[in-house]
Design a protein around this ligand. Structure first.
Ligand code: ATP
Ligand code: MG
Length: 336
């Protein structure tokens, strides 16, 4: 039995997480969910967006399955997601984007995994005004050698363990000579230790163009925090949108699985949200827990339903009459 902290989250969170839990429970994996709260809902209920009980649960389970959280201003937290990533040093944010046979997009052969540094860079949170008038603002990007080594090594190790051929580092070392320069130096040093994996380096702006024009040349991509944030939405766009992309946040002794998308308040409570991203995040969690067979069962069932295009949410098929719940049910039914 694996004990997992379940945070359903805000907006579309509860509805997609209910479907994901249903699918995972049907996969044969033995999961015991411990429900905890975070985000706007927690703030309204407990007066804090990140209650002690939630941290206590994650401290104990070390594995969390989380829906999207609405970030609220003026609670002492810039972002609960960032707070969790930093506290548990969930330094690797892994976001796979793969074309689906049944989802029509510009390309049908995209298969890119973004490995985003998750704890430092421009999102380290060192941002402030320099003047009382608030007319000059400053943000510090922090890049450390040890932080760069662990994320880049993770990317190469991930490539090796998942039969991937190539790691591309995307950077801006030509302008940001120290922060990005350090990251690039570490990438080159690490690449030398993985002779079996091809290595490529691209300047981030050019990488965006190449990724849109010729995405097939990318395999595993590693970059600092903000570039990874932006590139992973780009890859989401290449394969059919935000509703499809899962994300794993991995640390040395804790991991958190979620969708890349946010709480999408515009479609919350309407049975319209696509549960695919969180269900695929659930499959990543099952692999992480060593439940490989269950993970594959989930992925196959999702692929079947998405590619068939019948019981899918309207973002995938505007003609479809199915919603979040019908799609979840279809995925459970498709499981072998
Ligand atoms: P947040 O502030 O929490 O990030 P958001 O409004 O920015 O919320 P996102 O999830 O980032 O929401 O997504 C932007 C838009 O993409 C949403 O408003 C929604 O229309 C669409 N979208 C996101 N996720 C899904 C999903 N799972 N299914 C369908 N549409 C989605
Ligand atoms: Mg958003």
């Amino acid at each position: 039995m694996h004990l997992v902290t379940l945070i359903k989250g805000d907006g579309i969170g509860p509805s997609i997480m209910d479907e994901a839990v249903k699918v995972i429970d049907a996969s044969g994996a033995k999961i015991q969910w411990e429900e905890a709260h975070a985000g706007l809902g927690a703030h309204e209920k407990f007066g804090t967006p990140l209650p002690e009980e939630t941290m206590a649960s994650f401290d104990k389970t070390r594995v969390a399955f989380k829906g999207p959280l609405t970030t609220i201003v003026g609670t002492g937290f810039r972002s609960i997601n960032v707070a969790l990533r930093q506290k548990y040093e969930l330094y690797a944010n892994v976001r796979p984007a793969k074309s689906w046979a049944g989802v029509k997009t510009r390309y049908d052969d995209v298969d890119i995994v973004i490995v985003r540094e998750n704890t430092e860079g421009l999102y380290a949170g060192l941002e402030h005004y320099l003047t009382p008038k608030k007319d000059i603002a400053e943000s510090l990007a922090v890049v450390t050698r040890s932080g760069s080594e662990r994320i880049i090594d993770y990317a190469f190790k991930y490539a090796r363990e998942n039969n991937r051929k190539k790691v591309t580092v995307c950077h801006k070392a030509n302008i940001l000579k120290y922060t990005q320069g350090l990251f690039l130096d570490v990438a080159r040093e690490t690449a030398a230790r993985y002779p079996d994996i091809q290595f490529d380096e691209k300047i981030i702006d050019a990488a965006c163009m190449h990724m849109v024009m010729n995405p097939q040349q990318f395999d595993v991509v590693v970059c600092t925090n903000m570039f990874g944030d932006i590139l992973s939405d780009l890859t989401a766009g290449l394969v059919g949108g935000l509703g499809l992309i899962p994300g794993a946040n991995i640390g040395n002794d804790a991991a958190l699985f979620e969708a890349v998308h946010g709480s999408a308040p515009d479609i919350a409570g309407k049975n319209l949200a696509n549960p695919t991203a969180v269900i695929m995040a659930g499959a990543m969690m099952l692999s992480h827990l060593g439940e490989q067979e269950a993970a594959e069962r989930v992925v196959k069932a999702v692929e079947k339903v998405v590619n068939e295009g019948k019981y899918v949410t309207p973002d995938l098929n505007p003609q479809s009459k199915a919603g979040t719940i019908e799609m979840g049910n279809a995925i459970v039914d498709a499981m072998e």
